[in-house]
Design a protein around this ligand. Structure first.
Ligand SMILES: CCCCCCCCCCCCC[C@@H](O)CC(=O)SCCNC(=O)CCNC(=O)[C@H](O)C(C)(C)COP(=O)(O)OP(=O)(O)OC[C@H]1O[C@@H](n2cnc3c(N)ncnc32)[C@H](O)[C@@H]1OP(=O)(O)O
Length: 342
């Protein structure tokens, strides 16, 4: 390794701007010494080279006065012994021409595509709305998560029993607002397919508003803690990911978290929701709440607890549908990128 301390790096001789003379103090093949070199270029170059000293090397970038092809680098025909080409960055005439052609074609294609796609006059409004929507949801779910975590640390297991009473209002707010996700998908504001969004939002809201919200007996059960906790952890990564994507920023660790945390959380969340439903069945049976007495000669009543048993199957299917959807999304965002065919 050669360590240099750069003393000077100049283009010498005022009568011709063809020289690069450099001198540096450092530790190299001749120990601590002053190392110098001079190059006389074939044609004139710009007078101010860019010098950059890194721990490993000294980079001097010299620009040609006129951008044309030189037959060789130095005026003297024989290449100086200390000079060697860097083939990693080497370009010959045909490489450079190809590169220029590709760039031009890319530019033309971009202009063609842009002129084909009609400009959306509400683009900024839509983006503004999505940023605000994601920000509000992020703040809401962060509040839920922090509140629950702090209560868990302070109260321990006791916090399980009154999760609903301290969190419900914010959860109602966030989950009601989440109905917009169905709307966003329906009007094509975001690229989410409709079915996973419907399954997600209705599935959660059914648990929140009907199974827990309508039965006081359910509200003090510890399972509520787990349902709310699993929901909120996932959203801590999802909404900031969306927010950044709205402004065209991708932060790899966040993308990874958004498309990975659901792997344990989705089955756990689905399981907690199923436990909720199972625990509510005897309560709905006893109270007869939401049971439908149909006006018919046999006097048949459709028990809500029976519908809940059917819902358990739907929940299992819903988890499967969304798990598959999220798996596809993960592959698309984190899987190996497909190379463009030339
Ligand atoms: C009416 C009958 C209903 C019957 C229901 C019956 C049963 C239901 C059972 C339901 C079980 C639910 C269990 C569940 O509640 C358990 C849990 O949630 S546990 C906690 C863990 N959960 C999660 O991690 C899931 C979180 N939720 C989601 O991921 C979404 O809601 C989901 C719809 C599942 C998937 O999202 P999406 O389809 O949107 O995929 P992407 O995130 O990849 O987004 C696709 C592209 O759209 C862009 N996008 C989407 N939304 C936004 C936004 N708000 N702002 C900006 N951009 C957005 C996104 O960037 C992607 O674009 P690109 O591909 O270009 O990157």
């Amino acid at each position: 390794m050669v360590l240099f301390q750069l003393d000077s790096c100049t283009l010498a001789t005022p009568w011709s701007l063809c020289w690069l003379a450099s001198s540096a103090q450092g530790h190299g093949a001749k120990g601590d010494n002053i190392y110098e070199f001079q190059i006389e270029f074939l044609e004139p170059v710009e007078p101010k080279p860019i010098c950059r000293v890194t721990q490993r090397q000294l980079n001097i970038t010299v620009q040609k006065k006129e951008s044309n092809w030189w037959e060789r680098l130095t005026k003297q025909e024989k290449r100086p012994l200390f000079l060697a080409p860097d083939f990693d960055r080497w370009l010959d005439e045909s490489d450079a021409e190809m590169e220029m052609k590709e760039k031009e074609e890319e530019k033309i294609n971009k202009v063609k595509i842009e002129s084909r796609v009609p400009k959306d006059p509400f683009k900024h409004l839509k983006k503004g709305y999505l940023i605000m929507y994601n920000l509000v949801q992020f703040l809401g779910f962060s509040w839920i998560f922090v509140n629950m975590t702090v209560r868990l640390f302070i109260l321990g297991k006791d916090s399980f029993y009154d999760t609903f009473h301290s969190i419900a209002d914010m959860m109602y707010f966030c989950q009601t607002l989440a109905l917009m996700e169905i709307m966003n998908s329906l009007i094509g504001l975001v690229r989410s397919p409709l079915i996973p969004a419907v399954v997600q939002v209705f599935g959660r809201n059914f648990i929140l508003f009907v199974v827990i919200g309508s039965l006081e007996e359910m509200q003090s059960k510890p399972v509520v803690f787990f349902v709310f906790y699993f929901w909120s952890i996932a959203e801590l990564f999802r909404y900031p990911y969306y927010m950044l994507s709205c402004i065209g920023i991708e932060w790899k660790p966040l993308t990874w978290l958004r498309y990975t945390t659901w792997i344990p959380l989705y089955p756990l969340g689905g399981l907690a929701e199923a436990v909720c439903v199972v625990q509510s069945i005897p309560i709905f049976s006893e109270t007869g709440k939401f049971s439908l007495g149909l006006p018919n000669p046999l006097n048949v009543t459709i028990q809500f607890s029976f519908l809940l048993q059917i819902y358990l199957i739907a929940l299992f299917l819903g988890v499967f549908v969304n798990f598959r959807h999220l798996y596809k999304q993960r592959k698309q965002h984190l899987g190996p990128k497909k190379r463009k065919m030339k």
